[in-house]
Design a protein around this ligand. Structure first.
Ligand code: HEC
Length: 156
């Protein structure tokens, strides 16, 4: 059955071709992940500042507007854990400010990242139930999460 045999080897050939096609794609995709996490943090910073200004500085009672911000922030923040899974410090990706300590002390890093995510969820909940003052307090508390993590895990 020569037809079946050649078909089989063609399948194997295609498999190898696919594997080779994927390898360089993976190498660039890690760099894409690094770019995406930088972009994501920039966007989180912009929205978090806007939310803080609205709720804490202006004491705005525009609950709907505040929830729109916090929803977006939560959505963006949930991208983050997946973008730090592979070892990708500044030593490997010059565009990054990530310190190697992220992958040397993953328990500590993940603890801080989870705490950040929890706080963002709580802000969202407080805003949804209309507890604007409580939400403001939580926003101030969460702002300290940024500093605490950057001090150890991000280059200046
Ligand atoms: C659990 C740790 C952690 C928390 C919490 C955290 N960050 Fe970051 N942040 C990082 C790391 C690590 C980088 C560097 C990412 C990179 O460059 O690869 C970063 C980068 C950034 C950047 C710049 C992107 C760049 O690298 O040039 C901004 C802006 C930023 N963070 C803002 C914030 C703000 C605002 C908060 C809080 C609302 C926050 N971050 C909370 C770890 C954290």
């Amino acid at each position: 059955m020569p037809t079946l045999a050649s078909c089989k080897s063609l399948a194997i050939c295609l498999l190898f071709a696919a594997a080779y096609a994927v390898l360089p794609a993976q190498a660039t995709s890690l760099s894409d992940d690094v770019d995406l996490r930088i972009e994501t943090f920039d966007e989180i910073e912009r929205l978090f500042k806007a939310l803080r200004f609205k709720v804490v500085n202006m004491r705005s009672d525009d609950q709907e507007g505040a929830v729109t911000y916090s929803d977006e922030i939560v959505g963006l923040a949930y991208r983050l854990p997946g973008l730090f899974e592979e070892n990708s410090p500044r030593q490997l990706f010059p565009q990054s400010r990530a310190r190697p300590e992220i992958w040397e002390r993953p328990e500590r890093y993940n603890y801080l990242l989870n705490q950040f995510l929890d706080n963002l969820e709580q802000i969202d909940e407080l805003l949804r139930e209309g507890s604007m003052t409580e939400a403001g307090r939580k926003i101030d508390e969460t702002a300290k999460n940024c500093r605490r993590c950057h001090d150890v895990f991000r280059y200046r």
